[in-house]
Design a protein around this ligand. Structure first.
Ligand SMILES: Cc1ncc(COP(=O)(O)O)c(C=O)c1O
Length: 384
């Protein structure tokens, strides 16, 4: 059976050039990048090259980039590292949003257990944070603001530059989780005006287990992974040279292809979305449709349980995702859709379609053709 992958916000297939770079680094450049000898210096050259490539992807200086094991670790380093550095100032208030990834939400919860006060900003019905709600919540006690650039479930893009300006007026640091935007839309740390920015390689056709945190020069941050003096004392541990080399290659490819890939993928996404809305009754798009990364569409299907639809589509050869997590037999509604105040049935009947550079018109048309039959079968089962 021909299978089509529509789950690129979960992870992406590594590009052929990436696979080659990882394999080469594993076999030929196995040195420890901290070693002074030839083997070490070859590994270090790969790290330097990847640092330059990530810098170019996000408009940053290579020296400001710290390699980590991925988005989750970068978010942890940003928030825990900044919190520990700023505790001495007496400020212990952190603001984030109700639609962040768990990597941020659970880190903020951990800080709250350590005596920090946390505020979760609401979003409107389209999934966007209003700068006015930040202006109302921020105080002189606020040390850190963390708002994701693009949301993983609905793809909406937040007004990061406006939010960063408000944070800075109040003397707070600004972090953004750009895991779902880097490689999909232009990301420029200076234009965004942030102090800390997270990226993860496996979301832009790089390998899993490699990521980076950009730390604006002069930003106070305490290492959370204590160990050797790696990464200029900001992250102890021998660098994952193959993963990082692969991330560098992926970053270069993403930057070079952005201008052609983004409109092509947006056109495919729009074709899929329009096709589904026309072919299947009782469907609605969740989240803002303009301020959105080009690859994501989140759609509610009335009278269908998202998990059942996901499984039915998988049997037909289409990989999609739901925002709801299935735990111990009960469906947890998506916290993102709940934060948008969608009616409860819509928080449990929504499917995320996330496209990537490998998708084709044929795949999109075949999914549109299959969906009406699959959905009506599921609806008839529910009605019985
Ligand atoms: C917005 C966002 N932040 C963080 C992460 C975590 O990244 P990683 O899988 O590299 O730990 C993800 C992954 O889904 C994400 O979508």
């Amino acid at each position: 059976m021909a299978r089509a992958y529509f789950d690129h916000n979960a992870t992406t297939p590594p590009a052929a050039e990436v696979v080659e770079a990882v394999a080469r680094a594993l076999s030929e450049d196995f040195g420890n990048a901290s070693s002074v000898h030839h083997f070490g210096q070859r590994a270090k050259a790969l790290l330097d090259d990847a640092r330059t490539a990530i810098g170019q992807l996000i408009g940053a200086e290579p020296a400001e980039i710290v390699f980590t094991s991925g988005g989750t670790e970068s978010d942890n380093l940003a928030l825990r590292g900044a919190a520990e550095a700023l505790e001495a100032t007496g400020r212990r208030h952190i603001i984030t949003t109700s639609i962040e990834h768990e990597a941020v939400l659970n880190t903020v919860k951990a800080l709250a257990k350590r005596g920090w006060t946390a505020t979760l900003l609401p979003v409107d019905a389209t999934g966007v944070v209003a700068p006015a709600s930040l202006a109302a919540a921020i105080t002189r006690e606020t040390a850190i603001l963390s708002v994701m650039h693009a949301n993983n479930e609905i793809g909406t893009i937040q007004p990061i530059a406006d939010l960063a300006a408000i944070a800075h007026e109040h003397g707070a640091l600004m972090h953004t989780d750009a895991v779902q935007s880097a490689g999909k839309i232009p990301v420029d740390v200076r234009a965004l005006g942030v102090d800390l920015l997270t990226v993860s390689a496996h979301k832009f056709n790089g390998p899993k287990g490699a990521g980076a945190l950009w730390i604006r020069r002069g930003t106070r941050l305490v290492a959370t992974m204590t160990g050797g003096k790696h990464e200029r004392n900001r992250r102890g541990g021998t660098e994952n040279v193959p993963g990082i080399a692969g991330m560098g290659v992926a970053a270069r490819l993403a930057k070079n292809k952005l201008a052609t890939d983004a409109p092509r993928i947006a056109a495919l996404r729009d074709r899929l979305e329009a096709g589904i809305l026309a072919a299947v009754a009782g469907t609605l798009v969740n989240g803002a449709r303009d301020a959105r990364v080009p690859n994501t569409s989140n759609i509610s299907f009335d009278g269908v349980e998202a998990e059942s639809l996901l499984i039915a589509l998988d049997l037909e050869g289409f990989a999609v995702s739901t925002g709801s997590a299935c735990s111990s037999g009960t469906l947890e509604p998506s916290h993102v859709l709940r934060a948008m105040n969608l009616p409860s049935h819509r928080t449990q009947n929504s499917i995320r379609f996330s496209l990537g550079s490998g998708n084709t018109e044929e795949q999109v048309d075949s999914l549109i053709a299959k969906l009406p039959g699959v959905v009506s079968k599921l609806r008839s089962l529910v009605r019985r």
